[in-house]
Design a protein around this ligand. Structure first.
Ligand SMILES: *Cc1c(COP(=O)(O)O)cnc(C)c1O
Length: 428
């Protein structure tokens, strides 16, 4: 493949944008090489500036669950645009999408829209603190909740009780209120609770982790978490920015039959436009300004273009119950196909999958948390990534990312992908 134009565009971008990108993982730093520059996309395919075609497994990191340039979304955005792009005054459209979202998701009465998943999670934590009048939060190592200060804390040895900032610019004061537990390890939560009695406002978790590869929760892990939160008067926040409207109509809450107190959304809910949202029962949501004292606001929140896109996306997902089954079948087919190839070539691997999320770890043992995810062979992943790119398959440029399956993918696309894996693996 020829990447000439992409390389030139990247060089130019680097002069004016830090690292040439507006979000770090796009820069290929984890895999080496220069990023491709996208020109357009349609359905299951993305085309780069050199006119190479790729089968897309990033799908804008999740939103394009029905494929790129999904017509109802595109049409709605074009029509809305002609009527003015933002007013800063309430619109009927906002209630329409709020009503639909609330009807699709279990256990929520009200929802507030923001502009990103980061904003949703940040606001959810503030709301939980305001509601419980407690300060500390528990998050899980390897879970990503956006880039606000309180979440940029990672596990290091000895950092289990007192988080240490892993980004300069996050103050010690902020870090000390974020406690780290281990994914799929309920005992790690119990010991944090024991050591911080009556101080924990909320536990925030990706109900299916998707930012250290795909890591499903073990049986009863979410239920146990729910029980602990009930016992200790702690708000349970499900960060469903990735899983919401993807794993099921009602997201992970529906799939696992576990209720969260606050749910965060992003990605799919905006149909590809910048949208996030957080939702909860009346008693929690009524703490928000202007009803209550917890402040949260946004000039472009509920923006008509974003709401029009999100509404069409949710309508499409709500009207076709078979979508989620289809997505799961396609993902399973891909899983079996890749697994067979890797096994035949004696490549050490662990494939994790849930619904339309899947990740290939070049790791020997089960991948159940951040520690085990980190044991994967990164050099092998780099080779695999570039090999796949060269075969016309675009997977995320990091071993710690999920592949997102879209409904636009055909079985031919999946067979093409499996054949590409075979070609790449032969040369490993
Ligand atoms: C992507 C993501 C976020 C952050 O959303 P942005 O829109 O990138 O700010 C938060 N939580 C999870 C689980 C995510 O996958």
């Amino acid at each position: 493949m020829n990447y000439q134009r992409s390389s030139a565009l990247f060089k130019e971008a680097e002069q004016y944008i830090p690292g040439g990108v507006n979000s770090p993982v796009r820069a290929f730093k984890a895999v080496g090489g220069t990023p491709i520059f996208a020109k357009r996309a349609q359905g299951a395919y993305v085309y780069d500036e050199d006119d190479n075609r790729y089968i897309d497994y990033i799908n804008s990191w999740g939103p394009m669950i029905l494929g790129h340039a999904f017509k109802p979304v595109v049409d709605a955005v074009i029509n809305r645009t002609k009527q003015g792009t933002s007013f800063g005054i309430p619109t009927a459209l906002e209630t329409e999408i709020a009503k639909l979202a609330v009807s699709m998701v279990p256990n929520i009465d009200k929802i507030r829209f923001v502009n990103s998943g980061t904003e949703a999670c940040m606001s959810a934590v503030r709301l939980a603190r305001g509601f419980t009048k407690k300060d500390k939060i528990i998050k899980f190592a390897g879970c990503y909740h956006g880039h606000s200060d309180a979440f940029l804390i990672q596990a290091g040895s000895g950092a289990v009780t007192f988080g240490s900032p892993n980004s300069p610019g996050v103050t010690k004061g902020t870090a000390k209120d974020t406690l780290l537990a281990n994914y799929n390890a309920i005992d790690s939560v119990k010991s944090l609770l024991a050591a911080n009695k009556d101080e924990i406002a909320c536990v925030i978790i990706e109900p299916v982790a998707g930012n250290m590869g795909c890591i499903p929760p073990k049986a009863n892990f979410l239920k146990d978490l729910r029980m602990l939160c009930d016992t200790h008067n702690i708000v349970l926040i499900f960060d469903e920015v990735m899983t919401g409207f993807r794993l099921a109509k009602g997201g992970a809450q529906e799939l696992f039959n576990v209720n969260a107190d606050i749910v965060c959304f992003g990605k799919v809910i905006g149909g590809g436009l910048p949208v996030g949202a957080f939702a909860a029962r009346h008693d929690i949501m009524n703490c928000l300004a202007p009803l209550g004292p917890v402040y949260q606001a946004g000039t472009l929140s509920g923006n008509p273009l974003a709401m029009a896109a999100g509404l069409e996306m949710l309508k499409a997902l709500n009207s076709d119950q078979a979508i989620f089954n289809r997505l799961e079948e396609k993902t399973k087919y891909l899983h079996k196909g890749i697994e067979k190839v890797l096994r035949n070539h004696a490549i050490t691997h662990t494939i994790n999958r849930l619904g339309s999320m899947i990740s290939v770890h070049f790791a020997e043992d089960e991948v159940v948390d951040f520690e085990t995810a980190a044991l994967g062979n990164n050099d092998r992943f780099k080779q695999f990534f570039h090999g796949m790119l060269n075969e016309g398959i675009y997977i995320a440029p990091s071993a710690f990312e999920t592949w997102f399956i879209s409904d636009a993918l055909t079985y031919e696309d999946l067979d093409f992908t499996i054949a590409a894996v075979k070609n790449v693996v032969k040369r490993l």
